[in-house]
Each structure stands twice: as structure tokens, then as C-alpha cells.
Write a protein that binds this ligand. Structure first.
Ligand SMILES: Nc1ncnc2c1ncn2[C@@H]1O[C@H](COP(=O)(O)OP(=O)(O)OP(=O)(O)O)[C@@H](O)[C@H]1O
Length: 230
């Protein structure tokens, strides 16, 4: 077991209805895992419970050896008092300086390092946000729509790079892009509406890696299974 949520009950303050009732899931392996499901079903809320930003009324979240779980999402904004390059320097531990440089190159961000966050495009802002989590020490990173507004080809390059550079980390990738989650993720955890049982259905993904072609028929099959589960 790498990550386990057991019998989670959760409701937002002031709400009578539970958002999660006895929700359980287990992730056994590192790599890319998707959290997929319709808008409003609770993906971000569950991500915040897993990362400790929200507390469940009941139940437990356990991460193997109490590893560090980070949560990044696409609407985060950096303050404007310095360039994005300076911001990244501040959050990067000394032992990850070369990692930071490699990620800046791979994410196509070298030419924006002197600019201020608010002057970047949404896709550039989201890549900077993601990068600032990747340079920290972590065991698991939740990427909540972290590549929104980034073009498809760059997203593909970024996902393949992350998978190659962080083979031992666990990634929980939240996205509405069914083709992408089917192609790149090892498992897709489909979160279903409150009245559906089981609440989470796991579908095996194609887990695409750098230099390995995707099996088109397998991809179609995975997409079908995801849509049937949702
Ligand atoms: N701070 C809050 N207070 C009260 N209710 C909230 C709060 N944040 C979210 N909700 C409600 O909880 C439910 C789940 O929201 P959540 O953002 O987790 O869904 P999601 O699956 O991530 O949606 P999306 O795909 O649209 O981002 C929604 O009905 C939402 O209105």
C-alpha cells in the first residue's frame, strides 16, 4: 500500500449532506494515477483531504512511511514582487538546482524566467506553478488540472518528462481529458456520484512512457471502460 483512504466521511461546514460517505481507495504503486469524474463530484475536495488541507469527519488517510504529499492546482498565483526565476530559486533546495534547470528547459520556460508571473500566459503560469512543486522534496504530488491551458504537444512532452524524471514518486493527476488520462496514466480512479456504488472504480490505463508507442486499440478500450465507469 502506498496511499490509502479508508471509510472517509466528509461534508463542507454548513452543508447537511455528506460529500463522501465511507469512501475508500488504495493505490499500490508509484507512477501516474488519474482521479477522473464529472464536474462537482468531489475530485478537488478529495485531493485536499489526501494532502491534509481538509479534514475528514471520519476515516483515515495513510501514506506509506508518512511521506510528503503536495497539492498543486491550476488557479494558484505567485505574487508580483519578483521575477518567476527568483520565485523558483527561493523554493528550490540546493540539492535540486540542476533538477530545476532541467525542468525549466523541458517545460519550455527558459525565456520567461526574468518576467513577472502576472505577465505570463495562463499556460505559462500553470507550468511555473507545477514546476515549483516538482523542485521541492515530495513523495506524492497531486496535479489538479495543473496543465490546463497548455497545448497538447507541450502537455505530452511534460507528462513524459515527469514520468521519466520521477519514477519513484506517486502522481495523482486530475483532468477531464479522457484521452490523456487513458494514455498516460497507469490507473484511472473514476470517482462516481454520491448514490453510485462503489463510489470509486479503478480502470487500468496505457501508462505511456517516452520512446514507447501507444497501442491504439488498447487506448480505445481504456477510454470505453472509463466512460462506462463514470
Ligand atoms: N468551500 C466549499 N464550501 C462548500 N461547498 C464546496 C466548497 N468547495 C466545493 N464545494 C462543493 O463540493 C462539491 C465538490 O466540489 P469539488 O471542487 O471537489 O468537485 P470537482 O469534482 O473537483 O469539480 P470540477 O471538476 O468542476 O473541478 C461541489 O458540489 C461543490 O459545490
Amino acid at each position: 500500500m502506498l496511499l490509502e483512504c479508508r471509510n472517509i466521511n466528509f461534508r463542507y461546514p454548513g452543508n447537511e449532506a455528506l460529500l463522501f460517505q465511507e469512501l475508500s481507495l488504495v493505490i499500490d504503486t508509484p507512477g501516474f494515477h488519474a482521479l477522473f469524474g464529472p464536474s462537482g463530484v468531489g475530485k478537488s475536495s478529495l485531493a485536499k483531504i489526501i494532502s491534509g488541507q481538509l479534514t475528514a469527519e471520519q476515516g483515515a488517510v495513510r501514506y506509506h512511511n508518512d511521506g510528503r504529499v503536495l497539492y498543486g492546482y491550476n488557479l494558484e498565483r505567485l505574487p508580483g514582487w519578483s521575477s518567476v526565476g527568483r520565485h523558483l530559486e527561493r523554493v528550490t533546495p540546493a540539492h535540486h538546482r540542476s533538477l530545476k534547470e532541467a525542468l525549466i528547459e523541458a517545460f519550455g520556460l527558459a525565456e520567461v524566467m526574468d518576467r513577472h508571473f502576472s505577465r505570463l500566459s495562463l499556460g505559462q503560469q500553470n507550468r511555473i506553478n507545477l514546476l515549483r512543486y516538482l523542485v521541492q522534496d515530495f513523495n506524492a504530488l497531486i496535479m489538479d488540472e495543473s496543465l490546463a491551458n497548455v497545448d497538447e504537444k507541450t502537455r505530452e512532452q511534460i507528462l513524459l518528462t515527469i514520468k521519466e524524471m520521477f519514477p519513484d514518486a506517486l502522481f495523482l493527476y486530475i483532468s477531464h481529458n479522457v484521452v490523456e488520462v487513458a494514455a498516460f496514466c497507469r490507473q484511472i480512479l473514476v470517482l462516481r456520484g454520491l448514490h453510485k456504488m462503489p463510489r470509486v472504480v479503478t480502470v487500468q490505463g496505457q501508462d505511456r512512457m517516452k520512446g514507447r508507442e501507444i497501442d491504439r486499440q488498447g487506448l480505445q478500450q481504456t477510454m470505453l471502460e472509463i466512460m462506462n465507469a463514470a
